[in-house]
Write a protein that binds this ligand. Structure first.
Ligand code: FAD
Ligand code: SF4
Length: 516
């Protein structure tokens, strides 16, 4: 008898471990365990999404003829650890072999390595071929070059998948990348379609009650929970995105607008990461929208790049660099994370809006994550590990393999430039250009010092000056250093003094952080 172990982000009916067995001679084990619900201080909506999607997936598998042994969190016999549940189930069913698909996260992959010793049974771990690039493909690509650039990796992925290529293997439209067309600021009068929202069914409501009772102190609110928890609903969300949002996805990809929480973004990452949607099939569906004339190339190429480019690339970097990657801190940033990241109570409107919507919905789009919360943390010299803990906890789509490289690498420059050649540092100038947040803010985005000065400005210059040795030769930052050097000494001193005051105030806020 095979025991096939399915993890919470492996909700795919033809996942490798299921393909390697058959419904007639296997028991599928799915277990909700305490260690998985507490390794991060998860947003309540994330807990509901994962647990409810797991429960619905167990039904889906039963409908396909599999026998599923599902252990709920509140089962009195639950050992509350994955190891414990695998061993218990192996004994319960007299298993002769354990099958699994490799875990996406390092932490859980390490557990899988111990299962054979733990149970005394042979354990077969299959590669997760829902990812388009295998570990071997990424390692071959990465080990053969001095510098890693996502853009070149992405071109390999286009060639491998054939997406958006003509018959001669050349990119449609004559270019690989249309990013330069994707930086329009949004206007409030744009027609803004919303992603589909799904009313909780009885099963999801049961999980909401469980989370309210058991995780009452966790961050986030549940009132607006409307994520899809079944494949059918996730597919509906995908279809809605393709028809209603994809055509303008590119144009407004970098824009931020008060009250427009998702703009033209897909909000499909939670479903892709859990296995409810297939990333390659989604890209082919997006490509079909271009080929039929329903969506322009800048949107479709931009969307596909995020998935076969960035998503696959960060996974490759994660597995190539772990386990040491998590502890990197190239800029030696040591400050504690200010408490307002957990409750949104700050006068800085851009941060208040972004964190506020995150607490409400567990979602913020890429530029909010990168250029508001991430940018501020990097400018303020916050310890990247604490920043990572926040992102891992608070977002609906957060799993370490994708969150960590994005946070520690892309947003904090903690890996010293492995993921991006330049730090994503910006002053209020960028934020006021790409959003309307500054219009509703008590701070002045044009001032560098003084009582009303926007804190991003002084922190931006202070960050550049603090890290001059590292960044002054970077061609993409040279201009900023030239601008700083042209300020007169009094202006420089006042700006740095203002930054010192902001940092001191932040330390006081961080110190008020309650124990959790
Ligand atoms: P869209 O804008 O509609 O993009 C389409 C899809 O592309 C996404 O669904 C996602 O699957 C993929 N994608 C886009 N950008 C990236 C990226 N940089 N890395 C990987 N995939 C990408 N993404 C996560 O899935 N989980 C995380 O925990 C996560 N943490 C992040 C932390 C920081 C600091 C930053 C800057 C980015 C993070 N991202 C993470 C990447 C990105 O922000 C989200 O994938 C995206 O915002 C999800 O929303 P969406 O589905 O509306 O994306
Ligand atoms: Fe953010 Fe500064 Fe603009 Fe206020 S003025 S919204 S703090 S960038």
């Amino acid at each position: 008898m095979d025991l096939v172990v399915i993890l919470g982000d492996q909700l795919t009916p033809d996942i490798a471990a299921l393909r390697a067995s058959n419904a007639a001679s296997a028991i599928v084990l799915m277990a909700e365990v305490g260690t998985e619900t507490t390794y991060a201080w998860h947003h309540k909506q994330k807990l509901v999404l994962v647990l409810s999607a797991m429960r619905h997936f167990a039904d889906e598998l039963r409908g396909l003829g599999w026998t599923v042994d599902y252990v709920e969190l509140t089962d009195p016999d639950n050992s509350q650890s994955l190891d414990g549940e695998v061993a218990r189930a192996a004994r319960r069913h007299g298993a002769t072999r354990i099958l699994a698909t490799e875990a996406a996260e390092w932490r859980v992959r390490e557990l899988q390595r111990g299962w054979s010793a733990h149970t005394g049974l042979p354990v077969d771990i299959a590669q997760d071929d829902r990812f388009i690039a295998s570990h071997a493909m990424f390692d071959t690509w990465a080990d053969g070059r001095r510098e890693w650039t996502m853009e070149f990796f992405y071109r390999e992925m286009r060639r491998q998948t054939g997406l958006l290529l003509d018959g001669g293997g050349q990119p449609l439209g004559g270019r690989w990348n249309f990013d330069s067309e994707n930086r329009k600021p949004a206007r409030p009068d744009l027609f803004m379609p919303k992603p589909l929202s799904f009313a909780p069914d009885a099963r999801t409501q049961g999980v909401i009650d469980l989370v309210n009772a058991r995780f009452a102190d966790n961050p986030g609110r549940l009132e607006r929970f409307g994520y899809a928890v079944t494949r059918r609903d996730a597919e509906q969300a995908q279809a809605h995105f393709l028809s209603a949002m994809l055509p303008r996805f590119g144009d407004y990809q970098d824009a931020m607008l008060t009250g427009a929480e998702t703009l033209y973004h897909s909000v499909l990452s939670p479903y892709i990461n859990l296995g409810l949607l297939d990333p390659l099939a989604l890209c082919r569906a997006a490509e079909a929208e271009y080929l039929s004339g329903a969506a322009p190339l800048n949107s479709v190429e931009g969307f596909i790049r995020q998935i076969i480019g960035w998503r696959e690339y960060v996974r490759g970097v994660y597995w190539h660099e772990m386990p040491g990657y998590r502890d990197r801190n190239a800029l030696e940033a040591r400050r504690d994370l200010p408490w307002f990241y957990w409750d949104g109570q700050t006068d800085m409107n851009c941060l208040r809006q972004t964190i506020g919507q995150t607490l409400e919905t567990a979602y913020a789009h890429h530029i909010q994550r990168l250029m508001i919360t991430g940018n501020f943390a990097m400018l303020a010299g916050i310890d990247p590990f604490q920043v990572h803990e926040w992102y891992l906890a608070i977002y609906i789509d957060a799993f370490e393999w994708v969150e960590l490289p994005n946070t520690l690498g892309m947003s904090q420059f903690g890996d010293g430039g492995l993921l991006g050649s330049k730090p994503y540092a910006a002053s209020a100038n960028y934020i006021s250009g790409m959003s309307d947040y500054c219009q509703g803010c008590r701070f002045n985005p044009r001032q560098r010092h003084g009582a009303d000065a926007c804190p991003f400005n002084a922190l931006y210059w202070d960050f550049l000056v603090r890290n001059r040795d590292r960044f002054s030769a970077n061609p993409r930052l040279k201009r900023s250093y030239m601008v700083w050097d042209r300020f007169d000494p009094d202006e420089q001193a006042a700006t740095r003094a203002h930054a010192a005051g902001v940092l001191l105030a932040l330390e006081a806020v961080a110190a008020r952080r309650p124990d959790r």
